[in-house]
Design a protein around this ligand. Structure first.
Ligand code: XMP
Length: 310
């Protein structure tokens, strides 16, 4: 495919659809929504409003970091503080599907529905890619094409239409387009990160305190493993606890699992054989996090395990 031609076609398509109206899109900092933001901005300029919804589930400093990267490209991004709405919706939930549903509903029904109504936008630009559509049809992932799966017709419910300019591309194509659009390597080469964010890495209830723990562990894992070139790596907070000793005192503490996998397309994955010294360093640093006294390394490939825990 000629990606330069693809870019021109999509820009023309977005312009033709939106006319002189307004459009809105949500940026997560992942490569798909970043490409949609850059394409949409080229097509519509100020008539595209880009928001970053801070759902309290992000990695350390993520909202400001992503907004800064786009500000450097002269693309304004508004950070919307929706932390309370998400934390309230997740309070008391421990079942994985119930947690995912709470996040989806809060995003589309409460937070984004309200934003679209206030902005007067008639179009939502969405970063759906071909793989998402195929996996939805095959029943592999229930999280994509979220509106349709929730039984929501956006035109009827919120008064906007959805444009999906990347729907014919796979990930490699999206990365190619990202490079041609001049997006920095920090975005084009990012490891996959799930939509439910750190909530996918907390077994059991998602609370501010537990988010702080998994966020700190995630920062350590990403720092230690970023130059390994592996497909994906993460930290997970378990619901179980274990006995340990800290400062000579018995402590019934929390357990963090480190997972590092190689994969081509995330459908199957093998465990990375990290060097012992890397594992030791991870364990030493992670058990410095207050309340965490054990660090485990996950040896399970996919299948039988999935990549995420929730
Ligand atoms: P699983 O856990 O299903 O993950 O083996 C496969 C790949 O998909 C990512 N993943 C998600 N991505 N929304 C996303 O955008 C989600 O809800 C979601 N769940 C999993 C995961 O990080 C892995 O790369």
């Amino acid at each position: 495919m000629d990606y330069a031609e693809f870019i021109e076609e999509r820009i023309a398509g977005i312009r033709a659809a939106v006319g002189d109206g307004l459009a809105i899109n949500a940026l997560s900092g992942g490569v798909d929504s970043s490409v949609v933001t850059a394409l949409g901005h080229r097509a519509l300029g100020d008539r595209l409003k880009t928001v970053f919804v801070d759902n309290a589930l992000m990695r350390e400093d993520e909202p400001r970091r992503v907004a800064r990267m786009f500000a450097d490209m002269s693309i304004p991004v508004e950070i919307v503080d929706a932390r309370r709405a998400f934390l309230d919706a997740l309070a008391g939930l421990t079942d994985p599907e119930a947690k995912r549903n709470a996040i989806t509903h809060t995003f589309y029904k409460s937070v984004f529905g309200e934003l679209v109504r206030k902005s007067g936008a008639k179009y939502l630009l969405h970063g759906t890619i071909l793989t998402d559509i195929e996996e939805t049809i095959a029943g592999i992932k229930r999280q994509h094409n979220i509106l349709a799966q929730l039984g929501i017709d956006p035109q009827e419910e919120y008064g906007y239409r959805v444009l999906e300019p990347l729907e014919t591309l796979r990930k490699d194509g999206v990365r190619e387009v990202a490079r041609l659009l001049g997006l920095p390597a920090e975005i084009t080469d990012r490891i996959p990160f799930p939509g439910p964010a750190l909530a996918a890495r907390i077994v059991g209830e998602v609370t501010e305190a537990r988010l702080a723990t998994v966020r700190a562990a995630t920062a350590i894992v990403e720092e230690e493993l970023s130059d390994t070139g592996v497909f994906q790596y993460m930290a997970v907070l378990l619901e179980d606890k274990a006995t340990g000793i800290r400062d000579g005192q018995r402590e019934f503490g929390q357990i963090i699992v480190v997972r590092a996998i190689d994969s081509v397309d995330a459908r199957e994955a093998t465990v990375v054989e990290l060097p012992w010294r890397t594992l030791h360093r991870l364990s030493a640093r992670i058990t410095e996090i207050p309340g965490v006294n054990r660090c485990l390394y996950d040896l399970t490939p996919k299948p039988p395990a999935t990549i995420e825990y929730v």
